[in-house]
Design a protein around this ligand. Structure first.
Ligand SMILES: [Ca+2]
Length: 279
């Protein structure tokens, strides 16, 4: 058989005393190689996802964590809950519908029919949600955040649409400027391909521009409660390099979309913010 003209690749394998010849066609060989690569990549992705999830629920180094906020478990009257959780909407067209209600948990719904983008948000602001009623200096404190979330609806028209749900925080700097760090736990596919992010290059930044740095921390399934425990200081540090004079002014859950019909429903509970003096 002429080797050069052969479309077959011969692999010999020594098994014990016997020699076994496996003859496979080239196209099959490449098919096997491709499948093999797919399996290796899948295992890698699952492992990375597992490590990522585990890292979010591992207790954070530090002791004497002090609770910063009030009513994280939505246990007050609906009137009081609303005061502590500061629900609001920004942007969108007038025909959009949104609702944030309080009954043991926080329920958020958003329905848009196109037009302008915007966001709905609820969570803890220093003015009403923080126990001390002051912004928290970050230069010598670690901040961790815990919360439970269940998303029951997350629909958009096309995969190119821009829809995301995140835990976000605002930090005011010494010069008065406010910067935002967002940790997305559910994104539409289009969100993950933004030119101002590095997800396509294997990074975890969805968007970085101006006063926003947005990380991807998870992609949670629908209809299931998920618990998060997050070392927020490490993300703020990565995004902005914490400096003297930086003060935390809010931490909240936000649903953001831009200009297309979307429908979202989710519940949030047990949003607790804790601080600890850095050792
Ligand atoms: Ca509750």
């Amino acid at each position: 058989m002429n080797r050069a003209n052969s479309s077959e690749i011969r692999i010999r394998k020594k098994v014990s005393k016997y020699r076994v010849a496996i003859v496979i066609r080239e196209e099959n060989y490449f098919w096997f190689m491709q499948k093999g690569m797919q399996i290796v990549l899948s295992v890698l992705c699952v492992t990375l996802l597992f490590l990522n999830v585990v890292s979010q629920v591992t207790p954070i180094e530090g002791s004497d964590w002090i609770l910063i906020n009030i009513d994280g478990d939505v246990s007050s009257s609906a009137f009081e809950d609303r005061k502590f959780w500061n629900p609001h909407v920004y942007g969108f067209s007038p025909e959009m519908e949104w609702n944030i209600s309080f009954d043991e948990t926080v329920s958020i719904t958003l329905q848009t029919s196109g037009g302008e983008g915007g966001h709905v948000a609820t969570g803890m602001w220093w003015t009403s949600g923080f126990e001390e009623g002051i912004k928290i200096p970050l230069n010598n404190l670690g901040i961790q955040v815990e919360f439970d979330v269940k998303v029951s609806k997350f629909t958009y028209e096309t995969s190119g649409d821009w829809l995301r749900i995140a835990l976000a925080c605002a930090v005011q700097r010494a010069n008065g400027e406010v910067v935002y760090t967002e940790l997305d736990f559910l994104d539409s596919p289009g969100t993950l391909q933004h030119e101002k992010g590095n997800i396509l290059l294997g990074g975890d930044i969805i968007y970085q521009f101006g006063d926003v740095v947005e990380f991807r921390i998870d992609e949670i399934p629908l209809q299931e409660w998920r618990h998060f425990q997050i070392d927020l200081t490490s993300y703020i540090e990565r995004a902005w390099k914490i400096r003297d004079g930086d003060r935390l002014e809010s931490i909240y859950i936000v649903v953001e979309s831009e200009g297309v019909p979307v429908e979202v429903m989710l519940e949030v509970d047990n949003l607790w913010i804790m601080s600890s003096v850095k050792s």
